[in-house]
Design a protein around this ligand. Structure first.
Ligand code: AVJ
Length: 319
C-alpha cells in the first residue's frame, strides 16, 4: 500500500475492559441496558450491512441519494484538503465525496474496527493512488487528536449514528467535534428525520427478522467474550417509537423467567418474564432541533439537504 498509515488509540485489552464494565453496569441496573456499540462484531457488522439492503430500512438509501445529488455542492462549500470520517466502517458512501473533492489530499477514517479501516483504505487507494490515507483506530465518542494535515478540513459523520447517543452524550460529542475544527473547517452530519410511526417501526422490525437477529447478536457477543449462557431463543426483539423523546427503542424481552450466568464477571443476572434490556435508542430529528444542538456546541448550520421524500437530512455547519 502506497500512502497508508494507521494510528492506534485502542487495543484489545481496552475493548475487553470496556465490554466488562458496560455489561456489569448495564445488567445490574433497573431497567437493564446495553450500549449499541457491542452489536458490531464480524457477524453483527454483516447483519448491519444486510439491514441497509432491506426494503423497510430507508436511511442508507435516502442518505446515499442526498450524497450523490449534492456531492458537488458539499465539495464547493467545503473546499476540503482533508476529509475526516467518524465511524467510517466500509467508507462506501464516502467514495462519492472523495470523488467530488478536487483539492483532497488526505483522508482520515476513524473507526473501532481495524479490519474495516484496512479494507476501506485498500479499496480507496487502488482508486485514488495520489491520496494519503491516515486511519485512526479510535472510539469517536471520546475526544480525538487528529493527525497533522492541511486545512480546510471536512469532518463527516454519516448514517444517522449521532442518533444513537442520548442528548447529554450528543452535546458532549458535538462539542468534541467543534474542538477539532479550525476557522474554515466544516461538519457534515447525517440525521434521520421524524416521520410516520409505522414507517419508523417497520425500519427497526423488518418482516424478514434481520433486525431481530442483529439485536440478539449482542447476547452472542457476551456469551463468547464473557463466557455467558444467554440463549437468544429466550429473548424476543422489540422495537417501539418513544413519541416524547422522538426516538426508536430496540429492546430484548425475556420470554420467561431466566437466570443468566456470566462467568468472566462472576455474576448471575435474573430476568423476570417480560423483563427487557434496552439495547439501542435511535433518535429522529427535526431541522430546528439539529440547528439548536449544533448552535449549543458552537456550530452554525449553513446548509440543510434532504432526500426527495424528506426522510433523511444532511447538514453542513461551520465553527
Ligand atoms: C447505523 C447506528 C444509525 O440506528 O438506524 C439499524 C443502526 N439499528 N437497525 C440506526 C441500526 C437497527 C443504525 N445506525
Amino acid at each position: 500500500m502506497s500512502d497508508f498509515q494507521l494510528t492506534r488509540t485502542l487495543d484489545e485489552h481496552s475493548a475487553d475492559t470496556a465490554l466488562r464494565a458496560d455489561v456489569r453496569d448495564g445488567l445490574t441496573r433497573s431497567p437493564k441496558e446495553l450500549p449499541p456499540k457491542w452489536f458490531y462484531d464480524a457477524r453483527g457488522s454483516e447483519l448491519f450491512e444486510e439491514i441497509t439492503r432491506l426494503p423497510e430500512y430507508y436511511p442508507t438509501r435516502a442518505e446515499r441519494e442526498i450524497l450523490l445529488g449534492r456531492a458537488g455542492e458539499i465539495a464547493a462549500a467545503s473546499g476540503a484538503r482533508t476529509l475526516v470520517e467518524l465511524g467510517s466502517g466500509s467508507s462506501e458512501k464516502t467514495r462519492h465525496l472523495i470523488e467530488a473533492l478536487p483539492a483532497l489530499e488526505t483522508y482520515i477514517p476513524v473507526d473501532v474496527s481495524e479490519s474495516a479501516l484496512r479494507g476501506a483504505a485498500q479499496t480507496l487507494l487502488a482508486e485514488h493512488p495520489g491520496l494519503r490515507v491516515h486511519a485512526l483506530l479510535a472510539d469517536f465518542t471520546r475526544p480525538l487528536r487528529l493527525p497533522e494535515s492541511a486545512g480546510p478540513r471536512l469532518v463527516v459523520f454519516l448514517g444517522g449514528t449521532v442518533g444513537n447517543l442520548r442528548p447529554p452524550e450528543r452535546a458532549a460529542f458535538l462539542a468534541s467535534v467543534r474542538a477539532m475544527l479550525s476557522p474554515g473547517d466544516a461538519l457534515l452530519l447525517g440525521t434521520d428525520l421524524v416521520k410516520d410511526e409505522a414507517v419508523l417501526v417497520a425500519a427497526y422490525d423488518d418482516s424478514r427478522g434481520v433486525t431481530a437477529e442483529f439485536n440478539k447478536n449482542v447476547l452472542a457477543v457476551i456469551d463468547r467474550e464473557l463466557g455467558a449462557d444467554f440463549h437468544t431463543a429466550d429473548f424476543e426483539h422489540v422495537a417501539v417509537w418513544n413519541r416524547e423523546q422522538e426516538w426508536i427503542e430496540m429492546r430484548l424481552r425475556a420470554r420467561s423467567e431466566v437466570l443468566v450466568k456470566i462467568r468472566a464477571l462472576d455474576l448471575v443476572v435474573p430476568f423476570e418474564e417480560g423483563e427487557e434490556i434496552l439495547t439501542e435508542v435511535s433518535a429522529k430529528f427535526r431541522q430546528e432541533g439539529v440547528r439548536r444542538e449544533l448552535a449549543a456546541a458552537g456550530l452554525r448550520l449553513t446548509q440543510w439537504w434532504t432526500d426527495a421524500a424528506d426522510r433523511f437530512a444532511l447538514s453542513l455547519s461551520v465553527a
